[in-house]
Design a protein around this ligand. Structure first.
Ligand code: GLY
Length: 342
């Protein structure tokens, strides 16, 4: 087991890579705990969870709403939970984001922790302290920065992950390699088959390196005033495509990274050969370079992006494999380069 620490304004987070789901009981208080999970996780691992009151949500992004948050608040009220209670999310990105949000707002803040059960949650969604819910078509619009006390990343629970779910996590691993770690990038190129098949050794390397990279970036800039923006590589267009094409997060981010690499080449920052290496890696991991979607819907989603400031969007580009730079790009130029008009 390896432990990484994320330093946050309100407290630190311990991310435990290689820890077992069965260690959860030892990390939780003895009483005053509400577990939140989803139906898929509960079916597979429900009987291994500690004996506390439990809420089981339907799975999926559609649950990441204020309505679901209200259901969790209601349950906490019925349990007469106070600030000394602890909320524990066991699941993927949706459960983690929602639990972090409820715990940050109920009684103005209670302790919370996660057991991340998808590759995406282990390499990205459970780490970093951003939490929140979607609101009226805007992704993650309502939320807070607040670190979980702990995150358990058990590689064994990934064995039951469907391929499309795995792909979402792999896209975030490629992102971490592309923005910060040329060695991880080469490892993925040389071990694409093992990575794609979630072989245990490859999983430990991908999760460990991703958590190391993300915790370092977040500890330096939790509130995304500067450096943290690089974690948005591939996400501006990625979120727009996810919504407009109705595909999984990873597929959107993959196509978003391919487009951002092309933009980086166009702007004279990245060598053609390096953009091609990124494209080949994405393809070898079963990830798409482009997606078909309604152009108007993509443009609308881009214009609704939280990172938009007036006429420009903070866009993350590559100046080499392993080095990212955030640049304001005029929305008009972005849409034109993507073959979209505003
Ligand atoms: N919770 C995800 C992040 O902070 O990036």
């Amino acid at each position: 087991m390896k432990e990484y620490v994320v330093r946050g304004l309100l407290g630190d987070s311990r991310v435990l890579v290689g820890e077992s789901l069965d260690s959860l009981a030892a990390l939780l208080p003895e009483r005053g705990v509400l577990l939140v999970t989803d139906e898929n996780v509960d079916r597979l691992y429900g009987d291994r969870l500690p004996d506390f009151p439990k809420m089981v949500l339907p799975p999926g992004e559609a649950e990441k709403t204020l309505d679901t948050a209200r259901e969790v608040y209601r349950r906490l009220v019925r349990l007469e939970a106070g600030r000394d209670w602890f909320l524990c999310g066991v699941g993927g990105g949706v459960v983690c984001d929602l639990v972090g949000f409820v715990a940050s707002t109920y009684v103005r803040g209670m302790g919370f922790g996660f057991c991340a059960t998808t590759l995406l949650a282990q390499v990205d969604a459970s780490v970093g302290g951003k939490n929140g819910v979607n609101f009226e078509g805007y992704k993650n619009l309502v939320g807070a920065f607040n670190q979980p006390r702990f995150v358990v990343c058990d590689p064994a629970v990934l064995a039951t992950l469907p391929e499309e779910e795995a792909a979402s996590g792999l896209a975030e691993v490629v992102k971490h390699a592309a923005i910060a770690d040329p060695d991880l990038f080469t490892f993925l190129e040389e071990n694409a088959r093992e990575a794609r098949g979630l072989a245990p050794e490859a999983v430990l390397r991908m999760v460990g390196d991703s958590v190391r990279i993300k915790s370092a970036v977040v500890s330096e800039d939790e509130r995304e005033a500067g450096r943290r923006k690089v974690l948005n590589f591939g996400h501006t267009l990625g979120h727009a495509l996810e919504k407009a094409a109705g595909v999984s997060h990873g597929y959107g981010v993959s196509a978003g990274m391919a487009a951002a690499a092309r933009l980086s080449v166009d702007m004279g920052l990245l060598a053609e050969e390096e953009a091609r290496r990124l494209e080949n890696l994405l393809l070898s991991l079963g990830l798409p370079l482009s997606l078909s979607a309604d152009r108007r819907a993509v443009a609308d989603a881009l214009l609704r992006d939280k990172k938009r400031a007036g006429d420009t969007l903070d866009y993350v580009l590559l100046s080499g494999l392993g080095t990212a730079v955030a640049r304001p790009v005029p929305v008009k130029k972005l849409l034109a380069l993507l073959g979209l008009d505003s």
